[in-house]
Write a protein that binds this ligand. Sequence first.
Ligand SMILES: [Zn+2]
Length: 194
Amino acid sequence: MKNILIVLFSIFSLSTFGQQIVTVKLHSIVGYEDYESFAHMSIQKLKLVLNSEKFKQKVLTRKFTKTKGMSNQEIYDLIIKSHEVQGLGGYDNVVDLRIRTLTLEKDGEKWMKNCEPNSWAGTIGIDGQGDGVTAICPQRLKMWSEKNDYGSLAGHYAHEYMHILGFSHSGLNKRKSLVYKIGDIVEEVINEGL
Ligand SMILES: [Zn+2]
């Protein structure tokens, strides 16, 4: 009897207080060293954001460019469906993440220069150019971790994930693009509090 009540209560609370509609799975993490737990915390928050009503409302009401002609509702549904078009992907309704840090060995001197916080490029990370592995500049990772800035890291994952879903921000006014703005929304929701 007690177990039945617990099951019933779980079903009731899930349906009443917000269903989990999408989850986030971290498949690989390379080069993060001391910042692994910071990444895990940020990914946990990203999952809460994606399942939140706040995120949904912001996605449904913002204006985006470079949407490949999709409506806000179609974009929201696509994010929740989480069907990756780049890299190894995984199950639908699971945001499949593969993350690493940018390194001199793998990415070369140019990218390491672009990673410098005061560089003209101001690079935060790269999306893996099709391989589905998201790389972050080690300088940013350190900086954000020292400030417990989960919003920025989760926003970075969301930005790169939009590339993995097949969107780009090439051309002018990239900050108005869907890719940038989804990253901004994730950061915003975390900073406002879920
Ligand atoms: Zn980008």
